[in-house]
Design a protein around this ligand. Structure first.
Ligand code: SF4
Length: 355
């Protein structure tokens, strides 16, 4: 980052864009590219300040908390180059088959103790087809739904048929995480075993089943700022309820192990742009935040984040939940525990076109 900017034009233009998003929720790709290219600390802090206003205007003062439980670890058939769980790479990540109900119950009870709204069952595999494994997954989801301690969510890879999405919804699944990860242009450089269109098709099935969509991406893969911008606008077409912003935590043994870290202020600048492009969504600070943002984690909310993943990630440790909750208290933010299952969402129209 360079010396403080004395450019009053930048200050005014950032304010104009912030006011426009507050009034209409709209901003163009060219405008976001300009915001992503700002390189003075003064300009970036101006941007954060407007993203904070946009968060407050559209999402209020409550932070949504969610956590995950790794329900099937390692040995994944896909080759996502950031992932410790891919069978393509030699990593230290644990490997085990689909878990029995006990650890899921324990994770649910812990989430409830911490006031966490949602618990996501996460599995490292290509995706879900109809068959005995889908039956087992549905049993775990149904148990979480019956138990009523947390909102049952999941991230179980690609969904190839509408019947599978409908079964998950019928079991009580509320929300499904399926990230676009990056731009359509960069995607083949981070994964060759499935396509961007496979991911969009999964999201169409989820929407048609009335399952809420959580879809975001991961920064620091080697993508350009234009790729980040394109991811934001691809997500705008998807219109997810939740947008996780992950930042690469390089894992030894994976192809991206030696990627250089992103500067914390550049991460915050990008989170702020996610907020401006997707003002209605819950922008979720997810994997890699502690290691990449370090002491600047709390500024993630000033950058517009309205949700936080707490507890450990799939293969890496997070900071203790109590520390996260103290951070929210210190910022004057609130969070709410699970209030029970809402009525099933109506099925939403499939996406009109691939992003
Ligand atoms: S990100 Fe998911 S699909 Fe890709 S390798 Fe890891 S577990 Fe498999």
């Amino acid at each position: 980052m360079s010396a403080p900017s004395l450019d009053a034009n930048h200050h005014d233009r950032i304010a104009d864009l912030g006011r426009r998003v507050l009034a209409s929720g709209e901003i163009t790709r060219e405008e976001v590219l300009w915001l992503l290219d700002l390189d003075s600390n003064a300009d970036i802090f101006d941007l954060l300040s407007w993203a904070n206003r946009v968060r407050e205007h559209f999402k209020g003062n409550k932070i949504h908390l969610c956590s995950i439980v790794n329900a099937k670890a390692g040995g994944c058939s896909e080759d996502c180059k950031f992932c410790a769980q891919s069978a393509f790479y030699q990593t230290e990540a644990p490997r085990y088959g689909f878990v029995d109900p006990k650890p899921v119950r324990a994770a649910s009870a812990e989430a409830q103790r911490n006031g966490v709204t949602a618990l996501g069952l996460v599995a490292a595999w290509k995706g879900l087809n109809e068959g005995p494994m889908l039956d087992e997954v549905c049993e775990r989801i149904a148990e979480l739904a019956r138990d009523g301690k947390v909102r049952p969510d999941a991230a179980l890879g690609l969904i190839k048929s509408q019947a599978v999405a409908d079964r998950l919804r019928a079991a009580g699944l509320a929300c499904y995480n399926h990230n676009l990860e990056t731009s359509r242009r960069f995607f083949p450089q981070q994964c060759s075993t499935h396509t961007y269109d496979d991911r969009l098709q999964t999201i169409r099935h989820l929407k048609a089943a009335g399952i809420r969509v959580c879809s975001g991406g991961i920064l620091g893969l080697g993508e350009t700022r234009a790729d980040r911008c394109d991811l934001m606008f691809a997500l705008k077409e998807v219109a997810p309820d939740f947008v996780p912003v992950n930042v690469l935590n390089p894992i030894p043994g994976t192809p991206f192990a030696d990627n250089p870290p992103l500067p914390p202020l550049a991460i915050l600048q990008t989170v702020a742009c996610f907020r401006l492009v997707l003002p209605q969504a819950n922008i979720l600070l997810a994997g890699g935040r502690a290691v990449n943002l370090r002491d600047l984690q709390s500024l993630g909310f000033m950058a517009g984040a309205s949700a936080l993943m707490v507890g450990n990630y799939l293969t890496t440790l997070n900071q203790p939940v109590e520390k996260d909750l103290q951070m929210l208290r210190d910022l004057g933010l609130e969070w709410d525990g699970y209030q029970g299952m809402s009525e099933p969402a109506a099925a939403t129209p499939a996406l009109a076109s691939a992003a």
